[in-house]
Design a protein around this ligand. Structure first.
Ligand SMILES: Cc1cc2nc3c(=O)[nH]c(=O)nc-3n(C[C@H](O)[C@H](O)[C@H](O)COP(=O)(O)OP(=O)(O)OC[C@H]3O[C@@H](n4cnc5c(N)ncnc54)[C@H](O)[C@@H]3O)c2cc1C
Length: 302
């Protein structure tokens, strides 16, 4: 039996949906990426561990995606399974005295709204980050002075040996856009966060203020993966890029946004190669002119 047929049977047995020859463009906010053999939308711990276990033991290539908002996907065919931890695995499991437990596929914005509705403060920074809770913890997402490490308590994850374990925040090695989950093969299942009691109207006000700032400063009308480069120590990527005269610089349909130089945008039909060439040219010029090394923030999926 081909690996595709075996995965289809597994999906059927777990009741989770899948799509064959699915374009990754549909699953990345950059709207870039080729087709994969099968995209699987997991809906439970069992389906995730069953699908991942099958891929591991049969040497089938696989990748995990949340909302695809921190990803640059190659246009070339992905001969394997892309496992999507999204809507079908996105329940809020409990809200109790400021502690919220949710599945990894929940969108951060939905979690923020739920916290606000219950009158819990501390998560407002995350409103407007277009990722899932799992994806956000994976890279310790943050904005406007807050980050996941401020609110997370613990997480359950699927380990590389197939067991489900719990990890406390102290052991997650969280720092600027970094966590112990990165490149570890461990997959986040559930996240526990702890918030403080606040006032609904104040929380709402803060969320609205932050989302307005995003709308004002960021090129949200174009596909992108958010900030293209990490903040280098002692500087801001956008300011360095601008200083080098690269605002608006393009390769094909990939462009350094004229609205925010920290964002590379897809003006319509940008390819993976356009994005990567643009990124390399920006890095080279910034290094030559300013001495700063820019590091890519999104991950490459290939
Ligand atoms: C317009 C825009 C604005 C943005 N603003 C911000 C911002 O202010 N701050 C910020 O930090 N980021 C920002 N981002 C980037 C992005 O939204 C965040 O990094 C987000 O946390 C990524 O979550 P995701 O679910 O989309 O992850 P994906 O992009 O799907 O995946 C990113 C990585 O996480 C891994 N991953 C995803 N889910 C899991 C899981 N359950 N278990 C293990 N690994 C997993 C994937 O394998 C991949 O390696 C922005 C992006 C856009 C497009």
């Amino acid at each position: 039996m081909s690996y595709t047929n075996a995965l289809i049977s597994l999906c059927d047995s777990f009741g989770c949906s899948y799509k064959l020859d699915e374009s990754l463009k549909e699953h990345t906010t950059f709207r870039i990426g080729g087709k994969c053999k099968i995209a699987v939308f997991v809906n439970s711990d069992e389906s995730l561990s069953g699908i991942v276990g099958f891929c591991r033991s049969n040497s089938v290539k696989y990748a995990v995606l949340g909302n695809g908002s921190n990803i640059i996907a190659d246009d070339r065919f992905f001969d394997g399974a892309v496992i999507i931890i999204g809507n079908d695995y996105s329940k809020i499991l409990s809200i109790d005295d400021g502690t919220i437990v949710c599945q990894a596929g929940l969108m951060l914005s939905r979690l923020c709204i739920a916290a606000k509705n219950e009158g819990y403060t501390g998560l407002e920074f995350a409103y407007g980050i277009p990722g899932t809770v799992g994806g956000a913890l994976y890279m310790n997402a943050g904005a406007y002075g807050g980050e996941m490490s401020d609110v997370v308590v613990s997480a359950d994850y699927l380990d590389t040996d197939g067991s489900i374990r719990t990890i406390l925040k102290e052991n997650m090695d969280l720092s600027y856009r970094h966590s112990a989950f990165m490149n570890s093969g461990r997959i986040i299942l559930r996240v526990r966060i702890k918030l403080r009691k606040g006032t609904v109207s104040e929380i709402e006000q803060k969320m609205e203020t932050l989302i307005s700032k995003r709308r004002e400063k960021q090129p949200l009308n174009y596909p992108s993966a958010g900030s293209t480069f990490k903040r280098p120590e002692g500087a801001f990527a956008a300011a360095l890029i601008e200083e080098c005269g690269l605002k608006g610089f393009s390769v094909g349909d990939a462009q350094v946004s004229e609205k925010h130089s920290g964002f590379v945008i897809n003006k319509g039909n940008a390819t993976f190669d356009d994005i990567m060439q643009l990124v390399e040219e920006v890095r080279k010029k910034v290094k030559t002119d300013t001495g700063y090394e820019l590091e890519l923030e999104p991950e490459i999926l290939r």
